[in-house]
Design a protein around this ligand. Structure first.
Ligand code: B1M
Length: 217
């Protein structure tokens, strides 16, 4: 079974969706738990993809095919994981901010975060402050993750932070921001807790912020 789990991780790394789905089904038939398949197959594979992406060895297309392969396997595992009460590593409410329709980078963050075992509530694009606040409450979010691709929409991010403060949520939830015009310096200046230049780094920051949030509870 160990060898098949490694084959599954490799299929994710290579973006071979059909093979990955077949292996997921075979592993379930052989008695592997959904948790083992998730951790030792899918997450293990996506971890390598993240490292290669950060190292400049993989580019967006490679990451997308790997992430889509992972998502196809997750469709099989999700209902089984829900039955087994497998805890996610944390809850992230994610969206591209109001006025902004760019979602390719945001979707990468979403898929890679799911690949790392986080529960992602993806609100899509053009997300207003109200929607972020409502989703943070409804899902008891650990982190609010905001993407902006336009210089005209990144300035909406502080409005969401203000709205969270008005609802007394600012101390209860961590905030990460990203997108092409966003920098670490700007993120710090608006009081965000984290910033990442790419989707793979975003996952590292997200896991760190979840830990910080849970430690401060
Ligand atoms: Co638009 N667009 N666009 N566009 N578009 C840009 C962003 C632009 C730089 C192009 C240019 O002029 N050179 C420019 C912005 C200029 C500026 O603000 N300074 C621009 C413009 C002006 C516009 C319109 C206003 C054009 C018009 O209509 N006149 C319009 C706005 C629409 C709107 O949003 N209201 C518009 C529309 C569009 C399309 C719809 C045609 C399409 C979007 C399709 C879609 O997303 N479904 C589009 C595209 C594709 C682009 C470019 C070409 C590519 C963006 C992209 O997907 N990159 C872009 C130019 C460019 O970047 N070369 C451009 C790939 C993606 C993987 O990268 O999203 O940066 P990115 O994500 C990265 C990181 O930023 C990071 O991780 C990803 C990598 O791993 N990241 C995060 C992203 N979100 C993160 C969140 C995090 C952490 C990291 O934590 C939460």
């Amino acid at each position: 079974m160990e060898a098949q789990l490694q084959e599954l991780a490799q299929a994710i790394i290579d973006g071979q969706r059909k093979t990955a789905v077949e292996l997921t089904n075979k592993l379930l038939e052989a008695g592997a738990t959904p948790k083992t398949i998730l951790e030792k197959g899918l997450i293990a594979g996506m971890n390598v993809v993240g490292v290669r992406f950060k190292g400049g060895e993989y580019f967006v297309p490679e990451v997308l095919v790997s992430a889509r392969s992972m998502k196809a396997c997750m469709e099989i595992l999700k209902p089984l994981l829900a039955q087994g009460n497998v805890e996610s590593r944390g809850t992230v409410v994610l969206g591209t901010v109001s006025g902004d329709l760019h979602d390719i980078g945001k979707n990468l963050v979403s898929m890679m975060a799911e690949g790392a075992g986080l529960r992602v509530i993806d609100l899509g694009v053009d997300v207003t402050a109200d929607k972020f606040v409502q989703a943070a409450k409804e899902h008891d979010a650990d982190v609010i993750a905001m993407s902006a691709l336009l210089t005209t929409t990144m300035i909406y991010i502080p409005k969401v932070i203000d709205a969270l403060a008005e609802e007394s949520l600012r101390d209860k939830v961590k905030i990460i921001v990203g997108g092409a015009p966003v920098t670490q310096e700007w993120a710090t200046s608006i009081g965000a807790d984290g910033y990442a230049p790419d989707a793979a780094s975003a996952v590292d920051v997200l896991l760190d912020l979840v830990q910080q949030r849970r430690a401060s509870r």
